[in-house]
Design a protein around this ligand. Structure first.
Ligand SMILES: NC(=O)c1ccc[n+]([C@@H]2O[C@H](COP(=O)([O-])OP(=O)(O)OC[C@H]3O[C@@H](n4cnc5c(N)ncnc54)[C@H](OP(=O)(O)O)[C@@H]3O)[C@@H](O)[C@H]2O)c1
Length: 270
């Protein structure tokens, strides 16, 4: 009986579901009766989710994990990619290994995940792919150059992948949260060695930490994600929260020179 009920449930994969925004998405999808698999380096403490321990930078492992889930569930209905990392290091001193790692986690992991789920979504005659981007993709964050660039790449990917995938009833949405109160703030890789030379670095880091810790709750992002999953025609870009929507549209409309001044003022004490 339980097996029959289970086979009717939709299946979802949340990558980066062990904490923060991903964890809230896992919880919400479980409550909405999805079978949820989560992929990350540490297991989720949620007893109802099926854990798969995997580092997204290990391409073969990631592809194998997704494929095994797809086969077990006979298709995948939803993919959410929430894994991410950030760093605060002056551009001049960022090592190639550091910015490559960031892009591997934030962007190339998405590429491999999307490629791996497409056949399983085609099997199900459709699917929903949600990519957790950031408001920082449009309003770049000081000393977090590679983070902002990786998130801008996600927005661009969401745009073009829809051109290719909508005919298969597969829709890709980039969700842009602003500051969100999670442990992300405390995992940021910070290189303070050049704080004497780059005088605004420490202030910029403090400002960003503040924006995140007074920001929205991860549950709010999860609700926005779920709303898109349920839509027949999901949006390509969704900004979370009214204030952030206003910032986003102002940043789109105003001359770049003005935006630059505002961002510079927000992140430097001068
Ligand atoms: N917090 C904010 O203010 C904010 C704002 C805008 C956008 N975002 C974006 O939201 C997403 C989630 O962030 P969050 O705030 O929820 O932070 P978080 O609590 O640190 O969650 C990050 C998730 O990514 C996973 N992860 C990180 N590196 C990984 C790797 N190499 N392989 C597999 N999984 C990995 C982590 O799991 P493990 O450590 O177990 O691997 C964790 O589940 C990120 O993409 C972030 O850029 C956050």
């Amino acid at each position: 009986m339980k097996e029959k009920e289970d086979s009717k449930k939709k299946s979802a994969i949340v990558i980066g579901g062990s904490s923060g925004i991903g964890d809230s998405i896992v919880e919400l999808l479980l409550n909405k009766n999805y079978k949820v698999h989560q992929i990350s380096r540490h297991e989720s403490l949620n007893p109802r989710v099926k854990n798969h321990v995997c580092d997204v930078i290990n391409e073969d492992n990631l592809k194998k994990t997704i494929s095994e889930i797809g086969k077990t569930e006979q298709g995948i209905d939803v993919l959410v990619y929430s894994a991410g990392c950030s760093m605060a290091i002056p551009l001049e001193y960022t090592k190639r290994s550091e910015y490559r790692y960031l892009f591997d986690v934030n962007f190339f992991g998405i590429m491999e995940s999307i490629k791996s789920v497409i056949p399983f979504m085609k099997n199900k005659k459709g699917g929903r792919i949600i990519l957790i981007s950031s408001l920082g993709s449009n309003i770049p964050i000081a000393y977090d150059t590679f983070y902002s660039a990786s998130k801008a790449a996600i927005d661009s990917l969401a745009f073009t992948s829809n051109i290719e995938l909508n005919d298969f009833n597969i829709y890709v949405t980039s969700v842009l949260p602003g500051g969100t109160k999670t442990s992300f703030t405390y995992k940021r890789k910070i290189n303070n060695h050049h704080a004497g030379e780059y005088r605004s670095l420490a202030y910029a880091v403090k400002r960003l930490e503040h924006m995140e810790q007074v920001g929205m709750r991860p549950e709010k992002v999860a609700k926005v994600v779920y709303r898109q999953i349920k839509k027949e025609r999901p949006k390509i870009i969704v900004v979370v929260g009214l204030k952030n929507k206003i910032f986003y549209w102002i940043s789109k409309l105003m001359p770049k020179k003005w935006l630059f001044k505002i961002v510079k003022r927000a992140f430097t004490s001068e």
